[in-house]
Design a protein around this ligand. Structure first.
Ligand code: 7TS
Length: 406
């Protein structure tokens, strides 16, 4: 992979921050956008902008074709069996809320179980807390090991015949590890439960085949995979999506409307009430083209290698604590240095042009489990270089000098 060529596609990376070259190590929060995606948004607004599924005029047809074309690209990208199994949403959070508010509230009765883990991002916890409260279902947690991961035995011991849905992340945004979602799906299905996979992190780094994983729902956001913000995907097996009621009602999702009742369009449009994120979907389609040109296997190998390099170097730094397992990390490392608050660490790193995230990463239960109220996190993506990791390590050592107390 020729990273200098790849970097040329990302205009944002070519800038100085506080007189240092920008080292953007925060792609787990949001990835940068290649020029192809930026140009696609510009082209759409300059040449094709119109509402979709309405106009018979030329711009309306172009916009509809591009929007539905993006859906086909997404379906192929994740190997969905049918294009109508791809619903466009605002992002991972919206997708999970849709399933938790619709499917789960319909199927869960008092005493049924919703299974998650304490490793999850708040977006994959709060919707289930609310669904449990609304239905009387029990929210059950797969117990975590000391390093924050869970074993497959723990999954086996948690899921029962009362379990209706299991929702776990494919890749943790704190630990950087990949969960065995295929095995989890097999166990869940044995008990008659459905499986939702939170793919917010994994979709950017791994080749995803929803049929191979045999998950029932798979959700992700465009902005973490070089696409625009405000667009995301809910993939669901047709049989479950058909059972589900929409949660947003209004224009464009109807088949027929009377004064007191209405009927819905077929999949996928019954879930896409109102004017959708047309430009966002088109931009996401172009981001998919970009990632596929490079190859997800190449991206995964690069991100793993860079993470390994960072981890090896960070082991040499005195008073540095890394969280989660050392092996099996795909694109990020979470850490603390002595007693320095991670926000102070991130602030000083920014003085050296290095962008990292600090805080609880929307994973407070996991933070508590790991015994940290907050951590720093450096995340790596296809445009990052070993030179940037070195710049990060240099800045980290400067931070230690700066605070003189570790
Ligand atoms: N699930 C996981 C595993 C995530 O990492 C995130 C975002 C979400 C869900 C929510 O995605 P959204 O696009 O709907 O916001 N994670 C992060 C992060 O780690 N830092 O900022 C956002």
């Amino acid at each position: 992979m020729d990273i200098s060529r790849i970097r040329e596609f990302f205009p944002i990376l070519d800038q100085a921050i506080n007189s240092y070259p920008l080292a953007y190590l925060d792609s787990a929060a949001s990835a940068q956008k290649p020029i192809q995606v930026i140009e696609a948004l510009k082209h759409y607004y300059e040449q094709d902008n119109a509402n979709v599924h309405r106009g018979v005029h030329t711009l309306g047809s172009r916009a509809t074709e591009a929007y539905e074309g993006a859906r086909i690209k997404v379906a192929q990208f994740i190997h969905a069996k049918r294009t109508e199994e791809v619903i466009f949403t605002r992002g991972t959070t919206s997708s999970i809320n849709l399933v938790a508010s619709s499917y789960v509230r319909e199927i869960c009765k008092e005493g049924d179980e919703i299974v998650v883990s304490a490793m999850e991002h708040h977006s994959n916890l709060l919707p289930w807390q609310q669904a449990a409260k609304a239905t009387g279902a029990v929210l059950k947690y797969i117990p975590l090991q000391a390093d924050g991961t869970f074993s497959i035995e723990a999954v086996e011991n948690t899921i029962t015949d009362r379990t209706k849905i299991v929702s776990v992340s494919h890749m943790s945004n704190v630990l950087g590890i990949v969960n065995p979602v295929k095995q989890i799906a097999t166990i869940a299905h044995k008990h008659g439960a459905v499986v939702m996979v939170d793919g917010a992190q994994s979709i950017a780094h791994l080749k995803v085949d929803v049929q191979e994983l045999d998950c029932d729902f798979y959700v992700f956001s465009g902005h973490k995979m070089c696409g625009p913000t405000g667009i995301g995907v809910l993939y669901g097996k047709k049989t479950y999506l058909e059972q589900m009621e929409p949660i947003e009602f209004g224009g464009e999702m109807i088949a027929d409307v009377g004064l007191y009742d209405a009927s819905w369009k077929e999949l996928p449009w019954k879930f896409e009430g109102g004017t959708p994120m047309i430009a966002g979907a088109i931009g996401l389609g172009v981001a998919i083209d970009f990632l596929e040109q490079i190859g997800l296997d190449v991206i995964e190998a690069h991100d793993k290698q860079l993470t390994r390099y960072a981890v090896e170097q960070m082991k040499q730094i005195e008073h540095l604590t890394m969280y989660g397992p050392v092996e099996g990390r795909v694109g990020l490392v979470t850490f603390n240095v002595g007693k320095i608050h991670p926000h102070d660490l991130a602030t000083v790193l920014d003085m050296y042009g290095v962008a990292i995230r600090a805080g609880h990463h929307c994973c407070q239960p996991l933070m508590r489990h790991l015994g940290a109220s907050a951590t720093a996190r450096a995340s790596f993506y296809l445009y990052n270089t070993e030179g940037e990791v070195d710049q990060f390590l240099f800045a980290l050592n400067k931070t230690k000098e700066y605070f003189k107390e570790v």
